[in-house]
Design a protein around this ligand. Structure first.
Ligand code: UDX
Ligand code: ADP
Length: 465
């Protein structure tokens, strides 16, 4: 089967970059990204490329080259579904906030709505590709909805999990470690659908990096990859606390263990805690699935990765409070960074949110500076927690777009995101403008301890005793 038209439902952090790269690498395919959120589509179509809704290094250039040539952004979902032979679903799948599985299971209502819309509109056979992170066996549910509500049209469901990391999405898409495609490998139609998607990727990815599996292996591999990565971060974060107590340096420990080729050097950077839209959600999914099969030891094992992460965030804020003489009430505390990692404007599950919430509980005056995150996003993140009235959040926390202004007359600075620009600041100037003693808490192990202590900062670096 030769794919000429692709539709992607969901113009977010996954759909946007993925489709932009497919459009660039496959000029013979027309790619249409649709979304129910009109303002998001308008932003993707904005002439000023600085206004794209997703910030990713290299993305705006690809959008500039492909937009309105073979890459289109639209709110006309029905038309795009009708035209496409292959439909990617990359809508959000947040953790359920209500009912059974609340706080753990993935909320599949957006996926289900998509499936029903595809079933309603489709007049010809379609290949439907799951791109969102989904619990195992979602493909089965999708197939059931499509087969039972459609007009007799045949659907093939593929699982094609996304392994891109935000901040490096374009590079990850252009040079993936592997592309995973799960499908119905036992039927001829299933294999044809798998091959159609293999052919799309084969335009720029070598064949040996494209793995094809049964659909459930593919779905479970995504959760497993994220659980393993998150586990490494929680493992090194657990060691960071022990290093602080014993006088060791977690960066030295990371380097030493990372040189063991069996362990490897990546994902061993101690931090204030992992964030992002995937790690926590996927592990909670895994825990929920294990529990629902009665595998309580398996569930508890993986849940500990999340509990360690919560502890890491809490101990960072606890340390700020205890260092500032056990009270931060009315004190100004400056956050450098709000995004869950550098080079993205995404803030989902960012450690900064929890650390801020804890400090606001202590009545601190938090001032936030982040080079890419908007003021309204920061307030929305806090409001989502529902800890206190919105006006109280707005009274206690303010957002600055000049880092020097944010640090002026502050009692303490906390580095929550590892943005490169923080390393280049005039730290002497910042020190001179601060209240003394000038406390600096580096939650990302980003800054140079020796030079900052020389300036006069009371400096804390995560994992360094
Ligand atoms: C992750 C997976 O890497 C990706 O394959 C999947 O498709 C989606 O989830 P992402 O959440 O974008 O990607 O970012 P990632 O680079 O994995 O970082 C996740 C969190 O872990 C960030 O908050 C990051 O700061 C933190 N982290 C990562 C550490 O604290 N230390 C590390 O050594 C690595
Ligand atoms: P991700 O990180 O998984 O890409 P995002 O939240 O960034 O998640 O993007 C998901 C997008 O999917 C949002 O822009 C949202 O408006 C869109 N979306 C959700 N449900 C539907 C739907 N039924 N039809 C079209 N778009 C949808």
């Amino acid at each position: 089967m030769n794919i000429k038209n692709i539709c992607c439902i969901g113009a977010g952090y996954v759909g946007g970059p993925t489709m932009a790269v497919i459009a660039q690498e496959c000029p013979h395919i027309k790619v249409t990204i649709v979304d129910i959120n009109e303002s998001r589509i308008d932003a993707w179509n904005d002439e000023n490329l600085n206004n794209l809704p997703v910030f990713e290094p290299g993305l705006s250039q690809i959008v500039q080259e492909t937009r309105d040539k073979n890459l289109f952004f639209s709110t006309d979902i029905d038309k795009a579904i009708d035209e496409a032979e292959m439909i990617f679903i990359s809508v959000n799948t947040p953790t359920k906030t209500y009912g059974k599985g609340k706080g753990m299971a993935a909320d599949l209502k957006y996926i289900e709505l998509c499936a029903r819309q595809i079933a309603k509109v489709a007049k010809q056979d379609k290949i439907v590709v799951e791109k969102s992170t989904l619990p195992v066996r979602t493909a089965e549910a999708l197939k059931s909805i499509l087969d039972n509500t459609g007009n007799g049209v045949q659907f093939q469901i593929l699982s094609n999990p996304e392994f891109l990391a935000e901040g490096t999405a374009v590079q990850d898409l252009l040079n993936p470690d592997r592309v995973l495609i799960g499908g119905d490998i036992d039927s001829e139609e299933g294999n044809e659908a798998i091959q159609a998607l293999v052919d799309v990727y084969a335009n720029w990815v070598s064949q040996e990096k494209i793995l094809t599996t049964k659909v459930w292996s593919s779905e479970l591999s995504k959760l497993t990859a994220n659980a393993f990565l998150a586990q490494r971060v929680s493992s090194i974060n657990a060691m960071s606390e022990l290093c602080e107590k014993t006088g060791a340096d977690v960066n030295e420990v990371s380097k030493a263990i990372g040189m063991d080729t069996r362990i490897g050097s990546k994902f061993l950077k101690a931090s204030v805690g992992f964030g992002g839209s995937c790690f926590q959600k996927d592990i909670l999914n895994l825990v929920y699935i294990a529990q629902s099969y009665g595998l309580s030891e398996v569930a508890d094992y993986w849940e500990q990765v999340i509990l360690m992460n919560e502890h890491q965030k809490n101990r960072f804020s606890d340390n700020i409070v205890s260092t500032l003489y056990n009270t931060v009430s009315g004190k100004k505390i400056t956050f450098l960074g709000w995004a869950f990692k550098k080079d993205t404007n995404d803030t989902r599950e960012s450690a900064a949110i929890k650390v801020a919430d804890n400090l606001l509980n202590e009545q601190a005056n938090v001032v936030v500076y982040d080079p890419k995150v908007s003021k309204e996003r920061i307030y929305a993140d806090l409001e989502y927690l529902n800890t206190r009235f919105s006006e109280v959040n707005r009274n206690l926390l303010s957002v600055e777009n000049d880092p020097y202004k944010a640090c002026k007359e502050t009692h303490a600075i906390a580095v929550l995101t590892e943005w490169d620009e923080f390393k280049k600041y005039d730290w002497q100037k910042i020190y001179d403008s601060m209240n003394k003693p000038a406390f600096l808490f580096d939650g990302r192990g980003l800054l140079d301890k020796e030079s900052l202590e020389k300036i006069g900062f009371v400096f804390y670096k995560i994992g360094v005793g």
